[in-house]
Design a protein around this ligand. Structure first.
Ligand code: PBG
Length: 324
């Protein structure tokens, strides 16, 4: 099938919006988006965030209002992050029966049924030191952390979580969480593993929103080195063996090659997290008048889908209602 100019003119199929639409290969739909939300203690709280313009921390009562809205607008699901009243060395707020995310889940289960409830399972928002697990010396101790993550997942599901998304990057956490959920009678609850999660500078604004900046050091001893691609595939293979149902890549835009490789290699759903820094860069440039936010945001999310992600966790989910 070789033919060339003048027989071939690729511009022929670009001549009108209708024609472009008919030959479009990738379609971004609201159904593909999950909205991250931050729950805080208190009542009537809607606190905006400097680094995440347009995103607000919500108390449980306000979260319910927001989620009812999101559901009515057609957003399929939300992923919850919690800020506890108090933090301690073992992150006990993460797995407390009356923890902030657990309270939020019960309220949503009751008041906004039909909106899918996903939760991020990690300890960093709950530990006083801001790391994703138990500290021994100057590092996170892998194995004792697993039990706490498993308890967190079980308590989320007991309170109403429908999908569990472990984001801590401990070795063996998918098996530990799957075992604990099954043991507690929750064998039907799927695990979306943040399988290839990189130690990224693009989490900066999130750490302000979730108050989870590590008090010392960084996360490079557990999150992946941005330079590595083959290792991401090993992470994915192991997580699948351990019982992951969905593989997630995070961040998204600097890692489109990883999304594509994971999509090609594994026959499971692949999701991506378009993280806080990716969002903040576009917001800031748009506020300065340097680019068109709507076009840039849609282009970025379409790119993530084209790379192979079926679902995207994105802070733009709500705004996309008006833009798609
Ligand atoms: C928790 C977690 C983080 C994000 C999602 N879950 C932060 C981190 O690992 O430091 C980042 C999300 C974002 O930047 O939007 N471990």
């Amino acid at each position: 099938m070789t033919s060339s100019f003048p027989a071939t003119r690729l511009r022929r199929l670009r001549g009108s919006a209708a024609l472009r639409s008919l030959v479009r290969e990738t379609e971004l739909r609201l159904d593909d988006l999950v909205m991250p939300l931050f729950v805080v203690p208190g009542e009537g709280v809607r606190r905006s965030l400097d680094g995440l313009p347009g995103i607000i921390q919500l108390s449980v009562d306000e979260l319910v209002v927001e989620c009812a809205d999101l559901k009515a607008l057609g957003i399929p699901g939300v992923i919850l992050f919690g800020l506890p009243e108090e933090k301690d060395d073992l992150g006990s707020g993460a797995y407390a029966d009356d923890g902030i995310v657990q309270r939020a889940l019960r309220a949503l289960r009751e008041e906004v049924p039909g909106l899918l409830r996903l939760t991020d399972v990690c300890l960093c928002e709950y530990t006083a030191h801001g790391h994703c697990g138990v500290i021994a010396g100057e590092d996170v101790d892998n194995d004792p952390t697993l039990d706490l993550l498993a308890r967190t997942a079980v308590s989320h599901v007991a309170a109403g979580a429908q999908v569990i998304c472990p984001s801590d990057m401990m070795d063996g956490r998918i098996a530990a969480i799957r075992g604990a959920l099954d043991g507690a009678g929750h064998s039907a609850t799927p695990l979306v593993s943040y399988a290839a999660k990189y130690a990224s500078a693009f989490y900066g604004p999130f750490r302000e929103a979730a108050e989870s900046t590590p008090a010392f050091g960084d996360r490079r001893s557990y999150q992946m080195d941005p330079a590595n691609a083959r290792e991401a595939l090993r992470e994915c293979a192991l997580d699948l063996e351990e019982g992951a149902d969905v593989l997630m890549v995070k961040p998204a835009l600097p890692y489109l090659d990883i999304i594509r490789s994971v999509r090609d290699r594994f026959d499971v759903p692949v999701w991506a997290y378009n993280v806080s820094g990716e969002y903040a860069m576009v917001k800031t440039a748009a506020a300065a008048g340097w680019l068109d936010e709507r076009q840039a945001a849609v282009e970025g999310l379409v790119g993530i889908k084209r790379a192979g992600a079926e679902v995207i966790l994105s802070y733009w989910a709500r705004e996309m209602v008006a833009w798609l």
